[in-house]
Write a protein that binds this ligand. Structure first.
Ligand SMILES: *[C@@H]1O[C@H](CO)[C@@H](O)[C@H](O)[C@H]1NC(C)=O
Ligand SMILES: *[C@@H]1O[C@H](CO)[C@@H](O)[C@H](O)[C@H]1NC(C)=O
Length: 420
């Protein structure tokens, strides 16, 4: 009886905000670029960018959106994280001459870094709400996005997936998608990301305004109950990327010997812009050598193969590696995170079949970083290594929850069919 009363009370207390359900979007992996996209409006897709501070699209012809004033606080916010080099010209101001008081922002292509001026304007996009199991009902979500006229700016979409018309930034900043959905739908500033490997698998899923629940199959447990947490730094020194802190890298539970403080300088970033995890040279080289040695010890008969891809330096003849449900049975790679948890990758997250018969270690040496440059992150966790992990970005508690899915399920198993 008492329990019923408590339940009733909770229901009553929960009622005022209870109409607001989190917002669901399917996340598709583009096979050619290995980038992830979400549907936006009119069939156009936006590329997800975990380090992107804005939402931007190409302008729709004959559509004259309500543009924000260049003196507004929102305009200032939108220009808070300029991409290096984007605003170097004298006209790189939010109120350039002849702007007629319209807010100018400088969105950039996260892959090529090219940028162009755009107008900051009001828009909407349609999505479904979710109870964590299925879509529930359609909602039209208000958002503020920059719109760029493609005319002189054709390069802006270069190297992005075919059919994409812009970028949905997922950073922890005020005008990135998570904060915007939270604001306009009155939801908590949290989101879940579960990226799928793509190809024959279906899309993965992103849920905005929620830290859970998330069910991927009927009769399976609720995955956000099993998260491990680590502190999340939402912006750092003018960079809108998500930073976490990796204490050590382990191979089969043995720490890789790295130069002192190598992991502490620069930290680790979560980044969907790069397909594979990038390691700064002082971390990559010892890691690669240690992996090769550990693999040779564990699988003495493994045969090395020529790499078909320049960046992937360590490859094997796939038929000489034992294989299991969790991928090749190679030494596990674990990132020991601040807070005590460990981001453990089995063969399915550490090895990639780059062509039939050849499997390569899916870690890449960071390029364009000078020796000893401590401002570059030590580790950039790429999309491949995030796939089939449930990731909870909690911008309120400033923490990242992560959980590797059991082999019995995948991020592509979310049920996108509405109930009833
Ligand atoms: C919402 O879910 C329904 C049912 O699965 C689907 O048909 C529809 O396309 C979804 N709408 C959007 C905008 O994703
Ligand atoms: C997906 O959800 C719908 C609605 O609840 C249900 O009818 C259907 O059986 C589910 N599909 C699977 C594969 O569980």
């Amino acid at each position: 009886m008492a329990r019923l009363l408590v339940l009733a009370l909770l229901l009553v207390l929960a009622t005022p905000g209870s109409e607001a359900l989190p917002v669901l979007v399917p996340v598709t992996k583009d096979p050619k670029t290995s980038l992830y996209t979400i549907p936006f409006h009119d069939g156009a897709a936006l590329v997800l960018d975990t380090a992107g501070p804005l939402v931007w699209t190409t302008c729709q012809p004959d559509h004259h959106p309500a543009v924000l004033a260049c003196t507004s606080p929102t305009c200032k916010l939108a220009n808070g994280f300029p991409f290096p080099g984007c605003r170097s010209s004298s006209s790189g101001s939010s109120c350039p001459p002849n702007s007629h008081n319209k807010c100018t922002v400088y969105p950039y292509n996260p892959v090529t870094g090219s940028c162009a001026p755009g107008d900051l304007s009001h828009t909407r996009f349609v999505a479904n709400t979710t109870d964590g199991r299925n879509p529930v009902s359609q909602v039209s979500v208000k958002a503020i996005a920059a719109c760029v006229s493609l005319g002189d700016n054709k390069k802006l979409l270069e190297k992005l997936p075919l059919g994409s018309a812009g970028v949905a930034g997922l950073a922890g900043t005020g005008l990135a998608l998570p904060a915007q959905v939270a604001g306009s739908q009155r939801l908590p500033k949290k989101f879940l990301l579960c990226l799928s490997r793509g190809g024959v698998y279906g899309p993965g899923v992103a849920v905005f305004g929620s830290g859970g629940p998330l069910f991927l199959l009927r009769d399976q447990p609720e995955y956000t109950q099993s998260l491990t947490y680590t502190p999340l730094v939402v912006t750092k020194k003018g960079s809108p990327a998500y930073y976490v802190s990796v204490k050590s890298i382990l191979l089969e539970n043995t720490p890789v010997r790295l130069p002192k403080k190598a992991l502490a300088t620069g930290g680790a970033v979560l980044c969907t812009r790069t397909p594979y995890t990038l390691l700064r040279r002082d971390v990559y080289r010892p890691f690669l050598a240690a992996f090769e040695k550990a693999l040779a010890k564990q699988i003495p008969w493994a045969k090395k193969a020529r790499s078909p891809v320049k960046q992937l330096k360590l490859c094997y003849e796939a038929n000489t590696l034992p294989n299991g449900l969790s991928g090749y049975l190679v030494p596990s790679v674990a990132l020991a995170m601040e807070g005590g948890g460990s981001w453990t990758m089995t063969g399915s997250s550490s090895m990639v079949d780059v062509k039939p018969g050849t499997a390569c270690l899916a870690f890449v040496e960071m390029e364009g970083v000078k020796e000893g440059d401590a401002s570059a992150p030590a580790v950039l966790v790429g999309g491949f290594q995030m796939e089939n992990f449930v990731l909870q970005f909690d911008l309120e508690k400033k923490r990242l929850g992560f959980f590797r899915l059991p082999v019995s399920t995948q991020c592509s198993r979310f049920n996108f069919t509405r109930a009833g």
